[in-house]
Write a protein that binds this ligand. Structure first.
Ligand code: G
Ligand code: MN
Length: 396
């Protein structure tokens, strides 16, 4: 990189030649825009646009990025305040490099924005790439934790492209994972990529964090993700990055993307199967090990039918299926399943006989089957509706 290019970038920064473009993110739970990613653009005085990939890598390598981030953040907040006039719930994400977080300058900026402009911390989201996190210092780690404790979201950008995504996911307080667009697009030509996307969605769901798929360029990919349990999407098919005024018009138009998040019904089935197995594991541990505990860290089985993963779905997003017979019929056996679970756990503590355990386990399995088949009926219904809807979409 040449010195003169760097000073050209710095000059442009002083001349306010950088602005943000905003690319919409769509919630797959309701088909509405629920967020945006701010992407920097260099607009030269002659009107020519320079894309970030043509200057951000140099700015990162030289450290100039820190100056850019600090100078640009207030602009982002100014734009966000205008955006909030139209939709006060837009989650705004912005890209930082871990080196931006070495000092506490950006933390101060974010804190100031939250206090001075009364912006809810949850509406701000930092995107960091795995590479940037992997090379960061303890200081950066601390600053990130401070922000996450304040309620600011932390997204792992370009998930799946590096070499330690999963390890970092286990150690850093990410609240969102963005599946890389390369992985998403390769689903069109590679069965393996499809399997990897499905398994990634499942893993991220199990960790209880949000999933954004990037690079959606067609209705087919959108529908696939809807059926796979992904909860948010971003890509040219939904909207390109656009300047503020265009983005304002875009959210004003209140466009809806159709379809039901069928994938969440599938997740509910898998969550249910895992719940049953965890319960059985816990019973075995209590009945047949000395301490009643494993040394491997496992979550306690949720006994309340409203708070298990299936229950959380049923009493929240699942409610959109009220009126579907299989959905309405599900509550009773699910409650009963939990009652049997509780009886088993209590019984084992009180030294229930092996025969009694076996009898209750048999009941549990029967009830579990009822729950599962109702979920599958519901899934079929919803898939049929999505299929019909997508047919129309392709025809029109
Ligand atoms: O690193 P990150 O994933 O945040 O970068 C987002 C970049 O991806 C932006 O430059 C944006 O223009 C680009 N992008 C966003 N959606 C799509 C898409 O659907 N297809 C392609 N090819 N690029 C996209
Ligand atoms: Mn990003």
């Amino acid at each position: 990189m040449s010195e003169s290019y760097l000073s050209e970038i710095e000059q442009a920064l002083d001349n306010n030649e950088f602005i943000f473009y905003y690319q919409p993110k769509v919630s797959l739970l309701n088909g509405k825009v629920n967020g945006a990613e701010a992407l920097i653009r260099w607009i030269k005085p002659d009107g020519k646009e320079v894309l970030p990939m043509d200057f951000i890598p140099d700015a990162e390598a030289s450290g100039l990025i820190k100056k850019i981030s600090i100078k640009m953040f207030p602009k982002l907040i100014a734009d966000l305040v205008i955006i909030q006039d139209i939709n006060p719930d837009i989650v705004m994400s912005f890209n930082l490099a871990a080196q931006d977080l070495e000092s506490d300058a950006i933390v101060q900026c974010i804190h100031k924005a939250i206090v001075n402009y009364k912006i809810r911390a949850e509406l701000l989201q930092i995107e960091l790439t795995e590479t940037s996190v992997a090379n960061s210092s303890g200081q950066a780690r601390q600053h990130i934790q401070t922000l996450v404790d304040m309620g600011v979201g932390l997204a792992m950008d370009d998930y799946g492209t590096g070499y330690s995504s999963i390890d970092l996911l286990s150690q850093w307080p990410f609240t969102v994972v963005k599946i890389d667009q390369g992985l998403i697009q390769r689903m069109l030509t590679s069965e393996k990529s499809t399997t990897i996307v499905q398994a990634s969605i499942r893993m991220i769901h199990q960790l209880g964090i949000k999933i954004v798929a990037e690079g959606i360029e067609s209705a087919e990919v959108y529908e696939f993700l809807l059926n796979a349990g992904c909860t948010e999407a971003q890509g040219f098919w939904l909207g390109h990055p656009m300047p503020l005024l265009k983005f304002l018009a875009f959210i004003k138009s209140d466009q809806r993307w159709s379809g039901m998040p069928v994938g969440l019904i599938h997740m509910a089935q898998l969550d249910h199967i895992q719940w049953r197995r965890s319960l059985v594991d816990q019973i075995m541990a209590k009945a047949f090990t000395e301490s009643g505990k494993h040394s491997i860290q496992l979550g306690e089985v949720e006994l309340d039918h409203r708070s298990c993963k299936l229950g959380e779905w049923y009493y929240n997003h699942g409610k959109q299926y009220i009126g579907f017979p299989a959905f309405d019929a599900l509550e009773k056996p699910h409650k009963e399943l939990h009652q049997i679970g509780r009886q088993l756990i209590d019984g084992v503590w009180q030294g229930m006989t092996r025969d009694e355990i076996t009898r209750l386990l048999r009941l549990l399995t029967k009830k579990s089957g009822e729950v599962l088949s109702l979920l599958q009926e519901l899934e079929n219904e919803a898939l049929l509706q999505n299929g019909g809807m997508m047919d129309k979409l392709h025809a029109g």
